[in-house]
Design a protein. Structure first.
Length: 329
């Protein structure tokens, strides 16, 4: 496995790997992150593949400064105040995506919001500057393993699933960033971290609630992480189409027929998407949320989805689709 001590030369190589769609684990002040170009859907899909996550949780996008963040999300007044006080540092903000936000929909797991953070670690900053990219980066561990605070943790957990590990010793904070949701009426902490609720409330001049306390209660499912699901029904494992249905294909749809007559391949463009004509699960994951959004139109009776193999990234794709089919987003 490719572990390199972080210096000018290795950071330049890491930046170039990222620009080519590769995965690079890099240090931040909180934990090591598993980074990919946030604008490249297939690179982001490979993060989920490497982590072996059976679900698409939204990811944090790392940027060099507030100006770079403002190109991705709507920085409201509260966000600007929090950024001025706590960035760079161990704090993530959830904000509405800008209309023209170029970040892959997979980073947001289809939601209208995006998590952004400006890390303080010198190596993370150098990598962001050198690559000129926004980097999607969850903690650099396989799903179910502890968050990595040393290069050895990353290597043990991810092995060859990552193209390169930039090593810079142990992380100083050692705990994931505070996640602050500023996309709704009341500021809410979704994940506690080094920056506390009182500190944030002092900057905002109003109270900050800790949604974690509510989230843990099974009585308040409305407070659980909201997932994106289309407004129209989703039908799985379709082998043909009902009239009025839109098609979300996987692989060849040459032989898909429409009940009562007609072929799926003759549907108008607006009613037909293909996650991957070659049956590539990485490509399918990268396309999933954008294509669901494309087909989620009131003039369609439902979205009929062809069978997707339940292996590798297909497990996370099927998890998302079956929640949508059961109407629980
Ligand atoms: O310290 C950290 O934050 C590390 C380093 C690498 O920066 N990153 C990290 O990322 O912990 P990850 O993907 O393991 O955690 C992201 C957290 C999850 O709890 C996720 O649910 C939440 O942020 N999150 C991300 N985007 C969200 C969104 N749009 N809405 C709600 N929650 C979101
Ligand atoms: Mg994690």
């Amino acid at each position: 496995m490719n572990i390199a001590v972080a210096n000018q030369d290795s950071i330049a190589r890491a930046a170039s790997l990222l620009q080519q769609g590769g995965l690079v684990a890099f240090p931040t002040e909180t934990v090591y992150g598993l980074g990919a170009n946030a604008l490249d859907g297939q690179a982001v899909a490979r993060i989920f593949e490497a982590k072996g996550r059976p679900q698409f949780n939204p990811l944090i996008v790392h940027v060099a400064d507030s100006t770079a963040a403002a190109a991705l999300v709507e920085m409201n007044e509260a966000a600007r105040a929090v950024a001025a006080q706590f960035w760079p540092g161990p704090l993530t903000m959830i904000l509405p995506r800008r209309e023209d936000c170029p970040v892959s929909a997979l980073c947001s797991a289809g939601l209208k919001t995006l998590a952004v953070r400006v890390p303080a670690h010198k190596v993370a900053q150098q990598l962001l500057q050198e690559s000129g990219l926004a980097l999607a980066a969850p903690s650099a561990n396989r799903s179910g393993n502890l968050s990595p605070t040393t290069p050895a943790h990353v290597a043990d957990s991810l092995g060859d699933a990552v193209d390169m590990v930039l090593a810079a010793g142990p992380c100083t904070v050692g705990l994931e960033s505070t996640v602050l949701d500023l996309s709704t009426e009341t500021p809410a902490i979704l994940r506690p971290g080094a920056v506390g609720a009182e500190e944030i409330a002092a900057v905002l001049g109003r109270p900050v609630i800790c949604e974690m306390e509510v989230t843990d209660s099974p009585k308040s499912p409305g407070q659980l992480l909201r997932h994106y699901a289309p407004a129209i029904p989703v039908r799985l494992n379709a082998i043909d189409l009902e009239p009025g249905e839109a098609l979300l294909a996987f692989g060849s749809d040459k032989f898909m027929g429409i009940k009562g007559g007609g072929a799926a391949k003759d549907l108008p463009e607006i009613a037909r998407r293909n996650l991957s004509t070659s049956g590539d699960l990485v490509e399918a994951a990268a396309n999933l949320f954008r294509m669901l959004h494309d087909l989620d139109r009131p003039e369609h009776k439902a979205i009929a989805v062809m069978n997707i193999p339940d292996q590798g990234l297909g497990i996370a794709i099927n998890d998302r689709l079956s929640r949508a089919a059961e109407g629980r987003g």
